[in-house]
Design a protein around this ligand. Structure first.
Ligand code: F6R
Length: 609
């Protein structure tokens, strides 16, 4: 989704901003722009398309200055054109604004500004109203004008503002959209995400909701809604810039698929003591708490929702608590049965997904205890939760989520085993066996990844197909959803996942000669049933790619191609079975020439409804 970078210092703001915007490309965007305070007037350059277009448009020496704001836009209001790209300026050109999020009452504000102040709008965006609002309130004090403008605005936003009358100042505001301030030496920064600033600073302030931050070259001051200055601890970023680089892989997605064994090992190491105890340090889940929960609600979007589906299986199985799983955009508009006896689990890689955040707030308002499973430290979901279970996957740059998903699964397993043990419904012997099984997963996953060339071969056979089906039973049906989502989002092939037992209730009508069907048959208990489902689709001409545990060689007799994963407990196969599906999607998309890390129409962090 949109990205913001701002700089105030003594060096070329243009270069620093463009470099920062490049680091945010992974969020998805369709246009980009920069406003610089050049010789006490604001100069704006912006254009549709990639940042390389912006680089060309800003290459001249005249466009220079040491204070500026930049933006990558992902269109919401108004199509992706040069005019609609950010920054947007006031009519006299003295104020320029970049904005992430949505101004919900912009139509109303636009009418008011037009009628009362004769404002002529130059774009179809909601953002432009912000520049005009600040301008009409400007009376020699930019901070005051920003406060008064924000007072009029409804919605979710992070904004960055520069003003030609106050050339040594940069102001930013946050409401429900991520914003950080970077603390440099004789220079300061704003950004919507940490990777944008890592080359320059490691000391940052996490700006909270309804806070305004004023940056000069030497100071960063944070103010609350009542205009009172607030003190904030400095957050030190520990991960290095290299972990946000490709390191020789052709795409971030491939790098992140290969990082999974290390990522899940890290997640496990943080929570398992050397003698195999599960330590949920920092998470307040006492035996009494767990016994008092009458239900668990897991809410998330997309891939994180698919992790929640597995969470349901394992929490119900090992902790014997009923679990509901819902997509956040549905949950928030229902009348869910959530109360103070509910454990609400929000799962989110970015921790900034607006629907998940809104669902979390809804659950909190209904009295639920909120535990989030989040990757990005200090993100909004993390900050608004009662407790946070970090996934520790490291930065995930590719839009398609991979290592965040597998680490979310590990968190679900650990949580289920912990709750089951505390409640006393999981025997210590079985718990030890399960913990040992978890610890073996990184190595087993490495051996699945070594089968990459086999999977590449299958991708070569199928990449020209126009549709693909994924089927499975039990946890395999949840993994099918994830495999199907991966394929469609990066290769644009129409793919569809269905619980295998549901096939004959409709979907089987779509199976024809040569239709690819990826059949997950990793559940020992359901293996025979899956063989029957494979028979059903084969009888209609399907080309079946089967996935099973090594010990289920019978699959070879029925499937056209097979991918075997190492034997393990059935509960843990999702971790191993999803990897071939991620690689399959990756290779298909690559063969089709798709923009794998930045698929069309998608954004890494979905901060709009
Ligand atoms: C798909 C994908 C999305 C996200 C979803 C939620 O590969 O990445 O479906 O899983 O947008 O995002 P987070 O986890 O950041 O809340």
């Amino acid at each position: 989704m949109c990205g913001i970078v701002g700089y105030i210092g003594n060096n070329s703001a243009k270069e620093i901003i463009i470099d920062g915007l490049k680091k945010l490309e992974y969020r998805g965007y369709d246009s980009a722009g920069i406003a610089l305070n050049c010789n006490e007037s604001i100069e704006i350059r912006k254009c549709r398309g990639r940042i390389s277009n912006l680089e060309a448009a800003t290459a001249d020496k005249e466009f220079d200055g040491s204070v500026g704001i930049g933006h990558t836009r992902w269109a919401t209001h108004g199509s992706p054109t040069d005019e609609n790209a950010h920054p947007h300026a006031s009519m006299d050109g003295s104020i320029a604004v970049v904005h992430n999020g949505i101004i919900e009452n912009y139509t109303e504000l636009k009418e008011w500004l037009t009628k009362e102040y004769g404002v002529v709008f130059r774009s179809a965006t909601d953002t432009e109203v912000i520049a005009h609002l600040i301008n009409i309130y400007y009376d020699g004090d930019l901070l005051d004008a920003v406060y008064r403008a924000v007072d009029k605005m409804r919605g979710a936003y992070a904004i960055g503002v520069v003003c030609s009358h106050e050339p040594d100042k940069l102001i930013a505001v946050r409401k429900d959209s991520p914003l950080i301030a970077g603390i440099g030496d004789g220079c300061n920064f704003i950004a919507s995400d940490i990777p944008a600033l890592l080359k320059h600073v490691r000391q940052i302030y996490l700006i909270e909701n309804n806070e305004t931050v004023v940056l000069t070259r030497d100071r960063v001051q944070i103010y609350n809604q009542d205009r009172k200055e607030v003190k904030r601890d400095v957050f030190h970023v520990t991960w290095d810039a290299a972990s946000a680089e490709k390191e020789g892989y052709e795409h971030f997605m491939l790098k992140e698929i290969y990082e999974q064994p290390k990522a899940i090992e890290e997640t496990l190491n943080r929570r398992l003591s050397p003698d195999g105890e599960i330590c949920l340090d920092g998470i307040r889940l006492t035996k009494q708490d767990i016994e008092a929960f009458t239900k668990v609600y897991i809410v998330a979007c997309g891939t994180a929702y698919h992790a929640g589906l597995i969470g349901k299986y394992v929490i119900e199985k090992f902790a014997r608590i009923p679990v509901e799983v819902d997509v956040a955009s549905e949950f928030r508009y229902r009348e869910p049965f959530v109360d103070d006896k509910t454990l609400f689990i929000a799962i989110s890689q970015s921790g900034e997904t607006l629907d998940t955040l809104a669902a979390l707030r809804e659950a909190k308002a209904r009295g639920a205890r909120v535990l989030s499973v989040v990757n990005v430290v200090g993100s909004s979901v993390a900050r608004e939760s009662d407790d946070v279970f970090y996934t520790w996957a490291g930065p995930e740059i590719a839009v398609a989520s991979t290592k965040a998903y597998t680490t979310q699964l590990i968190c679900m397993y650990l949580l289920a085993l912990y709750m089951g043990s505390e409640k006393g419904c999981l025997e210590p012997e079985l718990r030890d066996e399960l913990v040992a099984g978890l610890s073996e997963l990184p190595d087993k996953l490495k051996s699945v990844l070594r089968r990459d060339s086999e999977i590449q071969e299958i991708a070569r056979q199928l990449y020209m197909k126009t549709q693909t089906f994924f089927i499975g039973r039990g946890t395999d049906s949840a993994v099918s959803y994830e495999g199907s989502l991966k394929l469609k989002e990066i290769s644009y092939i129409n793919s569809f996942a269905v619980a295998a037992g549901e096939l004959k209730h409709g979907t089987i009508a779509l199976i024809d000669e040569g239709t690819p069907v990826v059949a997950l048959a990793t559940q020992s208990r359901l293996f025979e049933k899956m063989l029957s489902n494979i028979e059903e689709v084969k009888a209609r001409g399907a080309f079946v790619v089967g996935v099973a545990q090594e010990n289920c060689r019978r699959l070879e007799e029925q499937a056209d191609r097979t991918i075997f994963i190492p034997d393990c407990r059935d509960e843990f196969t999702p971790i191993l079975a999803v990897a071939p599906l991620q690689l399959f999607a990756y290779h298909v998309a690559r063969l089709r020439g798709c923009d794998i890390d930045k698929p069309k129409n998608l954004a890494k962090s979905v901060t709009v409804e």
